[in-house]
Design a protein around this ligand. Structure first.
Ligand code: ZN
Length: 507
């Protein structure tokens, strides 16, 4: 199809990209359903539905028509302009070029390997059997290296960079290492001093057994009070909490509950609410175009972490939430005041499992994975040697002896899915989060104290105006500098962690 007289190349380009986004949004809904509602026997047909949609979407993005329309737009437009149209064309060019660089056969091989590898990984983890997963890890690393070769990387760079581009545009292994190095050294000191402090925070709230339906009602109440719009989204339950959905008016998030550990349910819910509120804040009119999409996983994670940690683990938040606790759980939470709840939510203890880690040790888990995947991609670490390297890193970073691979290198799903270059986005998210939140506190003095009175809209409105509304208009690095005036650094996160944990642990 070619453009008609009344339709410009840009209009036609957006029309195609919007249709591709609708296909992706259907996949998003099917993915949500798979994790929450789908009967177990539906899996095989669901895989066919999702792979057909992925193929249709990929065909659209790589079509010759997209290529022609892009060339026409680039001939007509000043691509350096700070306009939505120029940003859209730049981003579509980026995505199109990456999509066409991958041969269809490699895309299919990667998808099929990931599907089988995830199954094998789940079995290997359940049986604590690394040898079973090893051939699949070797194949996955090989596919990732071939993908990286197809994408290419800048002079002086390395294969990791080519893969990370899908998750955090502009991110390089050298850049990540330069921020992670100083962060690691300072975290080591903090975690060691906490360990030596001899102080044990009040854990009573997390020891209480509370009915799961009441926990659900409490968590949804909290989510709505901080700004999640339940008329444009849902909260359900899944084993691994996530946020997905199909559109800014239909955002699906999940959380998880235990019989005890209420603060885990609250932090999971607030984390996913942060993702959900970012999605709900994307500009409606730009749906389906780059400027209507989130910018990167790191920035996405900065939003989830901010509501989970800077808000949800603050003493001010628990001053607000303690009366709500009484309203939802009644006598069952007698004796829990804001201070007790705050302490429960902020206990630090080095452990083996990343997803259960506290704020002070979490980033160590991410750094270990980054170093290991980087080494596997360059060939410096053979997949067969992963368990030994993993265990040595846990000894070095956290002073722990990993008891088995189930609680060691088999714990995360990411590598089995072929997602290498992904892990650092978690720590980048924490770094962006601390830096952006520090700026928000400077711009809005009294904001944190206001949380105690349930005033969260000031922060949400500010995030909407400074981050959500822009979609992919600016790169993650540009966005960080526009908001905070500085490139990403370890300083704000360390100021935040020292400022919280030193008084809490009397160090
Ligand atoms: Zn997240």
């Amino acid at each position: 199809m070619t453009t008609t007289a009344s339709q410009t190349a840009y209009d036609r380009l957006l029309e195609i990209i919007r249709e591709e986004s609708v296909l992706d949004s259907i996949s998003g809904l099917l993915g949500w359903d798979q994790e929450t509602m789908m009967p177990i026997e539906g899996a095989a047909h669901r895989a066919k539905q999702i792979s057909l949609l992925a193929r249709l979407s990929h065909e659209r993005m790589t079509s010759s028509e997209v290529s022609e329309m892009l060339t026409a737009c680039e001939g007509e437009m000043d691509l350096t302009a700070d306009t939505e149209a120029a940003a859209n064309v730049r981003a579509i060019r980026h995505d199109h070029d990456r999509a066409v660089r991958l041969p269809a056969a490699l895309v299919q091989e990667a998808a099929e390997t990931a599907s089988a590898a995830q199954h094998e990984w789940a079995e290997a983890r359940a049986n604590n059997d690394f040898k079973r997963f090893l051939p699949w890890l070797e194949k996955t690393v090989d596919i990732c290296r071939r993908k990286a070769e197809c994408f290419g990387w800048a002079e002086g760079g390395e294969p990791w960079d080519a893969l990370a581009e899908d998750y955090e545009p502009g991110c390089t292994a050298a850049g990540v290492a330069s921020v992670f190095g100083p962060l690691r050294d300072r975290l080591r000191v903090l975690v060691a001093e906490i360990g030596d402090s001899g102080r044990t925070p009040d854990a009573r709230l997390d020891l209480m057994h509370l009915p799961r339906d009441e926990q659900m009602a409490f968590c949804l109440d909290v989510a709505e009070r901080i700004g999640f719009d339940a008329t444009r989204g849902r909260l359900d339950v899944s084993t691994h909490p996530f946020c997905g959905g199909s559109h800014c008016d239909d955002v699906r998030m999940t959380t998880r509950f235990h019989d005890d550990m209420l603060t885990d349910a609250v932090s999971s819910t607030m984390h996913e609410s942060g993702h959900a509120m970012y999605e709900q804040g994307l500009p409606y009119a730009a749906f389906g175009t780059p400027c209507g999409n989130s910018v990167s996983l790191g920035i996405h994670e900065s939003q989830s972490r901010m509501w989970e940690n800077q808000v949800g683990r603050s003493e001010s938040f628990w001053k607000f939430a303690t009366p709500l606790l009484q309203r939802h759980f009644g006598d069952a939470v007698t004796g829990i005041d804001a201070r007790a709840a705050y302490e429960s939510a902020n206990r630090v203890s080095p452990g083996f499992i990343r997803v259960e880690a506290d704020e002070a040790t979490y980033n160590m888990h991410v750094m270990i994975r980054f170093e290991l995947e980087r080494a596997m991609l360059t060939g410096d670490l053979s997949p067969a040697d992963l368990p030994a390297a993993w265990n040595a890193a846990y000894r070095d970073y956290l002073g722990l002896e990993v008891p088995d691979d189930r609680r060691g290198c088999l714990q995360d799903v990411h590598w089995s899915m072929g997602a290498m270059g992904y892990f650092p986005t978690y720590t980048l998210g924490n770094l962006y989060c601390a830096q952006i939140f520090e700026t928000a506190c400077e711009k809005m003095p009294g904001m944190v104290n206001g949380f105690a009175d349930g005033h969260f809209s000031g922060l949400l409105d500010w995030l909407r105006a400074n981050i959500h509304v822009h979609g992919r208009r600016y790169s993650p690095g540009q966005l960080c500098e526009r908001i905070t005036g500085k490139p990403i650094s370890a300083d704000p996160l360390m100021r935040y962690l020292d400022g919280k944990f030193r008084p809490l642990y009397g160090i």
